[in-house]
Design a protein around this ligand. Structure first.
Ligand SMILES: Cc1cc2nc3c(=O)[nH]c(=O)nc-3n(C[C@H](O)[C@H](O)[C@H](O)COP(=O)(O)OP(=O)(O)OC[C@H]3O[C@@H](n4cnc5c(N)ncnc54)[C@H](O)[C@@H]3O)c2cc1C
Length: 204
């Protein structure tokens, strides 16, 4: 939407960030505008947001352009009776990608013998910040490498007796470090599931 010309504006309709910043800078600016500056739109759930001025696209590029360029998004919002060609969209950042921490070699092998990894669980491929669109490239390249290397390795390995000793050792390490086994990965952002939705799901 931003690429087409939509602009992010606060509760007063004022621009507070350059609309074509990279996603991390844009997301940080949105959070800051709502928290520190208190210029977010407050919704009935208490979750703040800002406006993504989608009608601006049609003002800049002519009528029909949104439907032509982003038909799925138009349909998605229509399901909730929102016409994004005439009404702005309420937005707020959420967890989009995690630069995980598992170190991999170029063949996707890890420091754990016979364990291969690719994708968000691994770290380092993108440096400190993943550029847009590179994740699908990454999982295709490193997933293929992992599969290939694991298949070659499988021809050499003679499995011994399978045990769950490694899980027991892992749980012991967690307990010693005072970590809850419920935390599967480091949480960089706060819990973003809406609580009333969680309630609805458990009621269902
Ligand atoms: C809204 C959105 C839009 C995106 N758009 C793009 C885009 O346009 N271009 C792009 O390049 N990237 C995009 N990405 C990023 C990209 O989709 C992801 O980085 C990529 O799909 C991650 O693949 P993955 O295999 O690493 O992880 P996942 O696809 O998350 O796979 C992990 C799997 O592990 C399973 N799992 C988790 N815990 C356990 C467990 N304990 N035991 C067993 N299984 C478990 C999960 O169920 C899941 O199936 C987008 C991401 C989001 C959220």
């Amino acid at each position: 939407m931003r690429g087409l010309g939509a602009q992010v504006v606060n509760v007063e309709g004022k621009q507070f960030v350059y609309p074509l910043e990279t996603r991390d800078v844009e997301a940080a600016a949105l959070i800051r505008e709502c928290s520190e500056r208190g210029n977010g739109v407050t919704t009935p759930t208490g979750q703040p947001g800002v406006w993504l001025d989608s009608p601006m696209i049609e003002l800049l590029k002519g009528p029909g352009i949104i439907e032509k360029a982003l038909p799925a998004m138009v349909r998605q919002f229509k399901r909730f009776d929102i016409d994004i060609t005439i009404e702005p969209m309420l937005v707020y950042p959420t967890l989009h990608y995690q630069n995980g921490g598992v170190l991999i070699r170029t063949d996707s092998s890890t420091t754990v013998p016979n364990l291969y990894s690719a994708g968000e669980v691994s770290g380092g491929v993108h440096g400190r910040n993943r550029l847009m669109g590179n994740s699908l490239l990454e999982i295709t390249v490193y997933g293929r490498r992992a599969g290939r290397a694991a298949a070659l390795r499988a021809k050499e390995v003679k499995p011994g007796r399978l045990t769950l000793d490694h899980v027991v050792a892992w749980e012991k390490q967690l307990a010693e470090a005072g970590l809850s086994p419920e935390t599967f990965s480091p949480l960089l952002l706060p819990e973003y599931t809406r609580h009333e939705r969680q309630g609805e799901q458990s009621a269902e």
